[in-house]
Write a protein that binds this ligand. Structure first.
Ligand code: AR6
Length: 188
């Protein structure tokens, strides 16, 4: 599923984010920035030591990365140019600011992309694996932030891909993008 909103192409695909040839892929990291399982493990494995070296430099400079914030590194051996590492919230029932923190992950990743004047970015489904965020709520938050980014029209990113690893997430993102498409057609 693919749609164009105010000149920004937004699409949902199923796949492995380490294979994305875009300006930046986003990593669902943890605050230590030292790697882990899930997509974080896959990115560090496929990208090689250069990514971890950059992460150590960031740690020396600012400590780790707080939840909801984002930092940028080289992509090492990956086909993308950069990796934006963001730290999603651990799902703890939903009353511990999880929605705000997850929203911030997408907002701050896009802010970094703008700062670096990037045109294309691929997101994984942040927090919906090991961190246990319910997938439907997470998909709704992600698509809402991207809608607002596109509608505001001040950013450098013109191509946004949601790279879903599992079929459940792909179906949820397709549903969200269909609704967004209908909404934007109705307002034309
Ligand atoms: N490409 C795209 N998506 C992937 C890939 C891949 N190669 N591998 C997994 N996913 P998770 P979290 C999906 O657990 O929930 C790490 O240990 C996965 O199916 O990677 O934010 C970090 O170091 C799920 O939909 O991240 C943290 O400690 C989504 O990516 C912690 O896990 C996110 O799942 C972060 O947990």
């Amino acid at each position: 599923m693919k749609l164009v909103l105010n000149g920004v192409t937004i699409e949902a695909v199923q796949g492995d984010i380490t294979r994305e040839a875009v300006d930046a892929i986003v990593n669902a990291a943890n605050s230590s920035l030292l790697g882990g399982g899930g997509v974080d493990g896959a990115i560090h494995r496929a990208g090689g030591a250069a990514i971890l070296e950059d992460c150590y430099r960031i740690r020396d400079r600012q400590g780790g990365c707080p939840t909801g914030e984002a930092v940028i590194t080289t992509a090492g051996d990956l086909p993308s140019q950069h990796v934006i590492h963001t730290v999603g919230p651990v799902w703890n029932g939903g009353n511990q600011l999880e929605p705000d923190l997850l929203r911030n992950c997408y907002i701050h990743s896009l802010q970094l992309a703008d700062e670096y004047e990037l045109n294309s970015i691929s997101f994984p489904n942040i927090s919906t694996g090991i961190y246990g965020y319910p997938k439907p709520e997470a998909a709704a938050i992600a698509v809402k932030v991207i809608q607002q980014y596109a509608e505001t029209g001040n950013g450098t990113v013109t191509h946004i891909r949601f790279v879903c690893f599992d079929h459940d997430n792909l179906a949820l993102y397709e549903q969200q993008l269909h609704s967004l498409n209908d909404e934007s057609n109705e307002s034309k």
